[in-house]
Design a protein around this ligand. Structure first.
Ligand code: DLL
Length: 434
């Protein structure tokens, strides 16, 4: 099913025309209304009238997370505060968070985008959507909520946490769609098992999972454990929240709603635009937001773009699953390592659970990588020889995939902290020593 056939399946020519008209309007608006953009465009020697084709977008300067932080909290808003009806903000693990403002029209547009997103993942008005993304400043909870209401589905606003109650509600209300981070879904499944509830037998049909990186092997694990169809959903506070892109039934990339966003891939080192198909940093421009437009925002998320028409009927471009961020990458003895690469190895090893922690340290002058991985009760009580064999298997596979040696520590069930939102999988002790 497609919620908005017109905008999700238009010819790419018509789409580019629409994008250009919208781009020209938003560029004019930010230039006239937001001093940051005027200054930055002037510095780059580009004027709004220089944007004559959609490709001309590459003449415009980027905006980065650091720029957004410097404008904290409201300096990048293009509308007066009296017209802002909602604020969200990112978690801001380092420094000040990024603040996003929305006008009434922005909220309506976002709800429409989220309705499309949910429908793309098979939701209908007959579904009961249990929304376990956190409600509050985080965009996940309210973003999904408004979209589900717009669609006419029944939304159950459980938010994150209180996991036993999540299971009870799932059982009693017969929720058939669950929206949550993939790590939280695994935790919910674990708590259900502890409660003696066979989660596979519940009416739950689909998981709309994102807000953190996960892998295809993690998907297999979740689909198997819960007996559901798990879809990847992507978005970010700076650009709107969830509602930027979502997987259709093909599960071959996430469709970006290009009538509202222009997506580009750049070489993260040089800033040069890269052609379709090549992997690099995703750059997003919002075309229709009133309160907080962003022009060429560097997401730091690594992916590639694929414009071929999809079997589902949509013509909008697909982005590959985001496997990491440019600032996520660990450099271990000179080798670039993404946590998602390690995850894909771990999840494929049958004997271990998908709960793990990556600990990086520097011992003397050498980087040291320790993987703490949970095994289940039965394996844990097995003889030492078996445990050593599993350790060896993980070490070998990581060594052959990444070319680095790691230490593997198999730990007791439930020793790794569970997450009710975004999982924190890496502890880099080198940073604490700096
Ligand atoms: O995580 C918005 C969201 C809510 C997306 C609910 C999906 C579902 P932020 O908190 O601003 O916004 O975090 C955005 O999270 O730049 C990515 O690095 C990461 N991220 C989001 N979705 C995915 C995904 C929300 N599906 C940052 N895969 C982004 C990998 C993701 N990373």
């Amino acid at each position: 099913m497609i919620w908005n056939e017109k905008y999700e399946s238009m010819s790419r020519n018509d789409l580019e025309e629409l994008q250009l008209t919208r781009l020209q309007a938003v560029i004019r608006k930010v230039y006239d209304k937001i001093p940051f953009y005027k200054k930055s465009f002037d510095k780059a020697g580009v004027k709004p009238t220089d944007i004559r084709t959609i490709k001309d977008i590459s003449k415009l300067p980027f905006i980065t997370k650091a720029d957004l932080r410097e404008s904290y909290p409201f300096d990048l808003f293009a509308e007066p505060m009296s017209d802002i009806v909602r604020i969200h903000s990112s978690s801001g693990t380092t420094g000040k968070p990024v603040v996003a403002g929305y006008t009434r029209k922005d909220i309506d547009m976002w709800a429409e985008l989220m309705a499309r997103t949910l429908v793309c993942a098979t939701a209908t008005r007959d579904d009961i959507i249990q929304n376990s993304y956190g409600y509050g400043l985080f965009t996940g909870g309210l973003g999904v909520h408004y979209g589900a209401e717009k669609l006419g589905a029944t939304v159950v606003p459980t938010s994150g946490g209180n996991t036993k109650r999540q299971v009870m509600i799932m059982q009693d209300f017969g929720s058939n769609i669950l929206t949550a981070t993939p790590s939280y879904v695994l935790y919910i499944a674990e708590v259900a098992a502890e409660m003696g509830v066979d989660i596979k037998e519940l009416p739950l049909r689909v998981g709309i999972l994102g807000a953190e990186p996960w892998s295809d092997s993690m998907r297999d694990e979740i689909e198997e454990k819960l007996n559901i169809d798990a879809r990847d959903i992507y978005g970010l506070t700076e650009v709107i929240g969830p509602g930027v892109s979502i997987e259709c039934e093909e599960k071959n990339g996430l469709h970006i709603f290009e009538d509202h966003f222009v997506a580009e891939i750049i070489n993260p080192e040089t800033g040069e635009p890269l052609p379709y198909g090549e992997t690099g940093e995703l750059v997003l421009t919002s075309l229709t937001k009133e309160a907080f437009p962003v022009i060429r925002f560097r997401t730091k998320d690594i992916t590639s773009l694929h414009p071929e028409k999809c079997k589902c009927g949509r013509t909008i471009v697909r982005m590959k699953r985001v496997t990491g961020r440019t600032d996520d990458m660990l450099i271990i003895r000179g080798v670039n390592v993404f946590p998602s690469q390690i995850e894909s190895v771990l999840v494929a090893v049958e004997e271990v659970e998908p709960h793990y922690e990556i600990v990086v340290d520097r011992v003397g002058h050498l980087d040291d990588l320790l993987l703490r991985v949970e095994v289940n009760e039965q394996i844990f009580s097995d003889e030492v020889r078996k445990l050593e064999a599993i350790q060896g298997k993980i070490q070998d596979e990581i060594e052959s995939l990444l070319g680095i040696s790691v230490k593997v520590q198999l730990v007791e069930p439930k020793t790794i902290a569970r997450s009710e939102g975004k999982a924190k999988r890496v502890r880099d002790l080198r940073k604490e020593k700096e």
